[in-house]
Each structure stands twice: as C-alpha cells, then as structure tokens.
Design a binder for this molecule. Structure first.
Ligand code: XMP
Length: 543
C-alpha cells in the first residue's frame, strides 16, 4: 500500500487509510470508443495508473472496485487494471472483485492488492508474508512475455507489500521474481490475466511506464488515438448536462488551474459563466491586466474584477507574523468573494480548478504531520457555507494534463507556464510589515528578475522563481553618499514536486544582470542576495 506525493514518488505508510470511494461515474464512460478502466481498491497511486495509461493516448478512468461484470461488459473497455489498496485481501470486509469480470475475455492486470484479489477470486490463498517487502528491489524476468517486451531481464522495482499469494500454480505461471517474492509477476496459463506484486505506476520502478505501456499496447491492443481534445469535448458535454440553464461562478486567481477551469467552462456554457477576480493588492506585476485581457477582452466572459486592495492593506496593517498575515488574507478574501458572489443572481455552482494532487493532500489524515504542514496552503480556498454546488472538472487530472488542456483551449503560453504563486501572494514575500510602498518595491524587483530569467531562456527550466523583500536595511554607497536601504533576496528552485527542492544553479552573469538592474532601477534597494538553500531544511517561500 502506498501514499503518493504529487509527482508519484511513493512512501510506504503504515496507516491503512483508504481514499474516499470512487463514485460510480461510469455513465460518462459509455461514449468512449476505447478505454481502460482502473478498478480502485483505495491505493493513493490509483490515479497515477490512470494517468500513465492516458500518457499512451488511451482514455482511462478510475471506477469503483465492485463494478459488476455486467456493467463492465456494457462499457466494453479494452482492458482492466486492478489497483493496489491498503487492506489485506483476506481481512473481513476487504474489498473484492466480482469474480465474473475475469471471465469476460477482457485483459486484466492486477497490481499488488489487485493481483491478490484476482488470485483469490480464482482460488489461491493470500497470506501474510514472513517479512514484508518495501522499497527498491531488483526483479529478475524469467521468461519472454508481452508485458516485459523490450525490457532488460533485471532491474529495480518498487515493492510495498506485506501479504503474498500462495498456491497459484494451477492457474498461473511465474514471469518474474525477486529474492523475497517468487511471484513478482505472474500470467494466467490460458487467459490474458496478469499480476504484478510491484508498482509499475510509481517513478521508483524503473521501466514501470514501459510495463504499463506494454499492457495497454501489446496485451490490450489499444490503438492510442485518444487525445486531450477528446477529454475537452467529453467534459463539456457532461458540464452542460449537469449545469443545465444555471449560472456558474468561477473564482480566478491568475494561476493556471483556475484559468484553465474558467476557459473550459466558458467553452461549455459561455454566457452562463461569471468569473470573479479579487485584486488583493498582493499580486505580481501585470497580473490583473492579464486576467482582464484574457477573460474579458478575449473570451468575453462576465468578469467581475473586485478592487479590494485598500481593504487588504487596512486589515494587514501592523501585522508581521506570517501565519497571522495568512489568516487575515484568507478571511478577507472569503468576505470579499462572498459579497461579490451574492451580487451575481441565480448562481448555483462554483467552479474550482482542483487537481488530483490537491484531492490527495486534502484527504490526508487531519491529525497527521503532513496535514499540519499543508494547512497554511489553503489560503484562497472557499468554505462550503457559501452554499454552492462544486464543479471540479480536473479532479482526476495532474497539472501537466491541465496545462495541455489550457493550451488546447487557446490560453497563452506565458499564463500556462507561469510559476506557482501562493494564495497569500506577495504578503509572504514581503517580510515584516506590509505597506503599499514596500509591495511596490518587491513587485518591481520580482518583475525584473522574472523578465531576465525569461530573456535568458531559463524561466521554464526552473520551477519557481521570485524576489523577497527583507525586513532590514543595509549600508551601501551610491555616488559619494552613504545609503541605508532595503535588501532584495532572489530565490529560484528546481523541484519535481515542491516537497523537496534544490536551489537553481543560475549563471553568474544572469545573477549579476538581475542585481544591477534591481539596484539601479528599483528605488530604495541597495543590495541583492541569492538564496542558496535547499528544501529541506529550508522551505521554498521565506515565510
Ligand atoms: P514551501 O514554502 O512550503 O512551499 O516550501 C511549497 C509550495 O507551496 C507554495 N506555498 C503556498 N501556496 N498558500 C498557497 O497557496 C500558501 O500559504 C503557501 N505557502 C507556500 C509555495 O509557493 C511553493 O510552491
């Protein structure tokens, strides 16, 4: 059983948490000409499996683990994948499959728990192993097989299991083994039923992508003609059906996810969409103008830009504690948003650009340390009491899939590839007290840094870059005079998942150019420093 971080790196977890059950959304699937279904047994990497299949240009979605054979037959998928899960297959009440799905003639791939329930349905026993297997393990492929075609005979896979399947020989032959597990990969003697005890979907398994691709292409014989544009069409149809003649409000933040959500909804329901953009005065340079240009001038949505800059400044006055700043911003944002939303008549739905990794994070154990660390990331979230029904078209997608959708919908590249920006905005980069003057200094310095990164062709090479205004002055000399002015820190990080990060090795010449431009053109700054700390132990933001 695994816990996935947003980028797919797994960590073994001892808490047997089950994700909230996948709702039966199979109504939507009937329109797919070629699909793979992932039966969800609760592993937090189940969506990753679906994502890897979509990478092969084959539509793939999670469905309930107990979908009946009859329903699956109607849906006519080219293959089924049984995901991992936190339970023990032999435990009372543990989720099982409808055994008849194995008789449908549809290829099945069981992964970890999925393999165990499949074998159990065919009469094998699943028992606790003498010792579990967690982490990297070398496997040895014992014989040629479609699943391992084109791959080396030995490489490292990611294991995360305590139980093992016994007595499989009547139905299955062994295809690969590890030192601890004789049945790391198995294949049914007569049917297209496969089992993997390791997790091909996580990046820690070398050639995992290839194994899944082999299943999709060689075993299920998919043609791979599904495209992200098919997702857009399908999603638009569903959105229209669900929303009917009602109005939808979409909160725009200037970031990728909400922008793409708004663009998709605009395509689906056009004039029934109203967008709200709150200018809290803590935005990056040009952000408000860009949102206006895109959503009012280009898409011609009903865009409500709320100028709440003064209100935020007033409420933040005198506050220097980072968490207090965050809380204040979150509270004022909800107030401002609520008021504006109330002025929009007949709105029934609220659209949000929630991504799959957000779903995973918010589903984390609320008492666990992960939840405590992430609690501050919810600023900008809206409470349920607003009374809207939520529309979250990207709940099953990952960020890069959403970016593809955005590009397909015609959003500009600079918006799609914009670095993440925290909900509390410049407030957590303006250390100490927040004033209009200090925000201006920071905004200008930040814009110069980003401009130079873009000019050097490095903006997309790094994952997050920004300026920070420090709460101190240092001595400098300009002309003949001594100065005592602000310090700007610049930070740029390389990261896969924002949970760990390293500082970017930016060229000295670029750093020098940025420093000179900031000091020469941003009034009140006489020193620029570069942050060379990695995360951990530092964080990406300074507050
Ligand atoms: P840290 O600083 O925790 O940041 O290493 C990891 C990622 O989260 C972003 N971040 C936030 N996002 N509200 C947000 O919406 C916040 O309060 C917040 N604090 C940090 C940060 O920019 C980075 O991408």
């Amino acid at each position: 059983m695994l816990v996935a971080s947003p980028d797919s790196s797994p960590q073994a977890n001892s808490a047997c948490e089950m994700n909230s059950p996948t709702p039966d959304t199979t109504e939507q699937l009937a329109i797919q000409s070629e699909s793979i279904l992932v039966l969800d047994f609760g592993s937090q990497t189940a969506q990753l499996i679906a994502r890897r299949v979509r990478d092969q240009n084959v539509f793939c979605q999670l469905v309930r683990h107990d979908l009946s054979a009859e329903r699956i037959k109607e849906l006519n998928p080219k293959g089924l994948i049984l995901s991992g899960g936190p339970a023990s297959a032999y435990a009372e009440g543990a989720p099982q499959i409808d055994p008849e799905i194995l008789d449908l003639g549809i290829p099945v791939l069981g992964i970890c728990y999925g393999m165990q329930v499949m074998c159990r349905a065919l009469g094998s026993a699943v028992r606790p192993g003498n010792s579990g297997e967690f982490g990297h393990t070398p496997i040895q492929v014992l014989e040629e097989d479609a699943l391992f075609a084109g791959l080396p005979k030995e490489y490292a896979v990611w294991m995360s299991h305590g139980d093992r399947v016994e007595d499989l020989h009547e139905h299955f032959k062994l295809v690969a083994k590890t030192s601890e597990c004789p049945n790391a990969a198995i294949k049914h003697r007569d049917r297209e039923l496969y089992g993997l005890q390791f997790h091909p979907e996580v990046t820690h398994t070398k050639f995992g992508k290839e194994v899944l691709a082999n299943f999709v292409n060689n075993v299920c014989k998919c043609s791979g003609d599904w495209k992200i544009s098919s997702f857009i069409e399908q999603e638009c149809t569903q959105l229209r059906e669900r929303i009917g003649a009602n109005r939808v409000i979409c909160g725009l933040s200037g970031g990728v996810d909400s922008s793409v959500a708004a663009a998709l909804l605009f395509k689906a329901i056009g004039p029934q969409l109203s967008c709200i953009f709150v200018d809290n005065g803590l935005l990056r340079k040009g952000e408000r103008e860009q949102v206006r240009e895109q959503f009012s001038d280009h898409f011609k949505t009903d865009l409500h830009v709320v100028d709440a800059r003064q209100q935020f400044l007033d409420e933040l006055k005198g506050k220097t504690d980072p968490q207090e700043k965050r809380k204040t911003i979150g509270r004022v944002f909800i107030d401002v948003f609520r008021k504006e939303a109330e002025s929009i008549e007949d709105a029934k739905f609220l659209a949000q650009g929630t991504l799959y990794p957000d779903v995973i994070e918010s589903g984390a154990n609320p008492d666990g340390p992960a939840a405590t660390i992430k609690a501050h990331h919810n600023v900008g979230g809206l409470p349920e009491e607003l009374g809207f029904e939520l529309v979250e078209p990207f709940r099953m997608l990952f960020k890069d899939e959403v970016r593809q959708i955005g590009l397909e919908l015609g959003l500009p590249e600079n918006l799609i590839w914009r670095h993440p920006f925290p909900g509390p905005g410049l407030a957590v980069r303006c250390l100490g007290e927040i004033t209009e003057e200090r925000l201006r200094t920071l905004r200008e310095a930040d814009a110069i840094f980003i401009e130079e990164l873009v000019a050097a062709g490095l903006y997309r090479e790094v994952q997050q870059a920004f300026a920070v205004l420090l709460p101190l002055q240092t001595v400098g000399v300009m002309g003949d005079a001594r100065t005592y002015e602000d310090v700007i820190a610049i930070r740029s990080v390389d990261t896969d998942n924002f949970m760990t990060a390293d500082w970017s090795r930016l060229p000295y010449d670029l750093l020098q150019k940025v420093s000179t431009r900031i000091i020469n053109s941003v009034r009140g700054v006489n020193r620029v420093v570069y942050d060379i700390s990695s995360k951990p132990p530092s964080t990406i933001e300074w507050e």
